[in-house]
Design a protein around this ligand. Structure first.
Ligand code: ASN
Length: 506
């Protein structure tokens, strides 16, 4: 039965997981026939219109027609028409590997032109890893790929399966969000920002360093379009399969860890990369006599890429404290706010790319490829829309410093200056104001004092040829005038002349 309303097509790719599980003598195991047994009887998934089967490429060369269903009319006055392709072997997601990720990616590629969106059903255990991996493997993606699963089976009486699946299906069939996303418990997250935080709660995932891309409620979906990343290259969608997970390792630092343990891992034959989960903002013990640092430096010399990520959920790995700086100096890459899942899959992805040098891999690990990390430039404010001139890293961080100074936020100023990689004390804004100029007309003279204590110049002039002292006097900030004078500041001769002339004119 045809409908007068439009419909979008969504391919559900079933890989396994609790969502499709049924009891067995060995415990819960994935069961086949999900569409027929789990979705068809439920009126939320089936408007009873008995639509024709849909074509699915079950591999690169084989097209099969599979039974399809259609949802009732959504809030967006459209139906979602869908079918489900079940992988030949359904997994508990704890058993998925790089081969499984390629299988998902290739299925999306083979069916890309046939569907408006994709929903991947997957167990929750490794869902954040798969979401991260796919985000790197699907290059120049232009359609939604939404991964979901559930904490209880769709066949259980009390389950999150229906809500998670219905939410994913409606978003994938309504909004062209060109990202790999994870939908769970009413929120759509960027897949490579997620981590599993509960083994039993329906709120099983968190995205600690990135807000949800969308939230759903009784009113429908509210998409945060400002956050959505779009492919900006003029290039078609392609799949980059086969991540090199076989040659990467992940190690969690703990108090008392023996340097030999780390050396043991770093000497695993064929190892090419290590994700080091460190304390706080990237700190690790240096070992007696710096032995741990030597071990790490030697491994870096052997060409092993070591990435520093935090054991903390929020915040960022940076050279804030000496131990992190020591690691950085030994050649360890700062992983900023990457999750372990994203760091591991990103490194596996980069290691599998043909012809990338060690330098290129370490460089790419520190920039955002798919929105997986907050770039320093984006810590405090957003970039202008693409097409407009963009800022250099120094300009971006300096702008962040400028905002902190304007707000009189001494703590942020200290934090930015401690992690300074961009010569912030020498940097200037568009009007050639230095940090001292900004502080001279700021609201907190302790900020000015801090800058002076760090050796910031008091003599540099801005584009209007003014010194900080001149500006402080102009706004009547007498305390700053005193402080600057105390530090040896004086008006530039041209300022003296101008002031003199103006006085004379008046
Ligand atoms: N063990 C299950 C899996 O990851 C857990 C789940 O899906 N809730 O496949």
């Amino acid at each position: 039965m045809a409908s007068q309303y439009p419909e979008n097509r969504v391919l559900i790719i079933m890989t396994g997981g609790t969502i499709c599980m049924r009891p067995s003598p060995e415990g819960l195991v994935p069961a086949r026939g999900f569409l027929e047994a789990g979705m068809k009887p439920n009126p939320s998934f089936n408007d009873g219109s008995k639509p024709d089967p849909l074509p699915v490429m079950t591999d690169a060369n084989t097209e099969e027609y599979l039974p399809s269903l259609r949802t009732p009319l959504s809030t967006y006055s459209r139906h979602v028409r869908y079918t489900s392709f079940e992988f030949p072997i359904l997994l508990d997601s704890s058993s998925i590997s790089s081969a499984g990720w390629s299988q998902i990616a290739n299925t999306i590629r083979n069916n890309y032109s046939r569907y408006d969106g994709f929903v991947v059903l997957h167990g929750t255990d490794s869902l954040a890893y798969t979401s991260s991996a796919l985000s790197f493997m699907l290059s120049d993606l232009g359609k939604p790929v939404i991964l979901t699963g559930s904490q209880a089976s769709i066949f259980a009486l009390q389950s999150d399966a229906v809500d998670n699946l219905l939410g994913s299906l409606i978003i994938a069939g309504t909004f062209t969000i060109p990202e790999v996303c994870l939908f769970f418990n009413e929120a759509l997250y960027r897949g490579n920002r997620t981590t599993k935080v509960s083994a039993s709660s329906f709120s099983a995932f968190a995205s600690p360093n990135c807000d949800p891309l969308a939230k759903i409620s009784a009113m429908g979906a509210e998409v945060n379009w400002n956050l959505i990343k779009r492919p900006t290259a003029i290039a078609g969608f392609k799949v980059i399969p086969d991540l090199d997970t076989a040659h990467v390792a992940c190690l969690r630092i703990f108090p008392g860890i023996k340097p030999e343990m780390i050396d043991g891992v770093l000497r695993v034959p064929g190892l090419r990369g290590l994700i080091l989960e460190t304390f706080g903002s990237g700190n690790a013990p240096s070992g007696e006599d710096g032995s741990l640092t030597s071990i790490i430096r030697a491994a870096v010399k052997r060409g092993i890429v070591i990435v520093n990520v935090s054991q903390c959920q929020t915040g960022s790995v940076s050279p804030l404290y000496a131990p992190a700086t020591v690691l950085g100096n030994a050649g360890v890459v700062f992983g900023h706010d990457l999750t372990t899942e994203a760091a591991l899959t990103k490194l596996s992805f980069l290691l599998a790319l043909p012809g990338l040098s060690y330098e290129e891999i370490t460089k790419q690990m520190q920039i955002s490829l798919r929105g997986e990390m907050t770039e320093t430039a984006k810590l405090q404010f957003s970039h202008p829309a693409s097409g407009l001139p963009s800022l250099t890293d120094q300009q971006s961080v300096f702008t962040a410093l400028g905002y902190a100074i304007a707000a009189g936020n001494l703590e942020s100023v200290i934090q930015l200056l401690n992690g300074d990689q961009f010569d912030l004390l020498g940097a200037k804004d568009y009007a050639e104001n230095t940090a001292v100029h900004l502080a001279a007309v700021g609201t907190n003279n302790d900020v000015l004092r801090e800058l002076l204590k760090r050796g910031a110049s008091i003599h540099v002039r801005n584009r209007a040829a003014n010194t900080p002292l001149f500006l402080a006097g102009k706004v009547g900030n007498q305390e700053a005038v005193g402080l600057l004078r105390e530090a040896g500041a004086h008006l530039h001769i041209e300022e003296v002349e101008t002031v003199g002339k103006r006085n004379h004119d008046m």
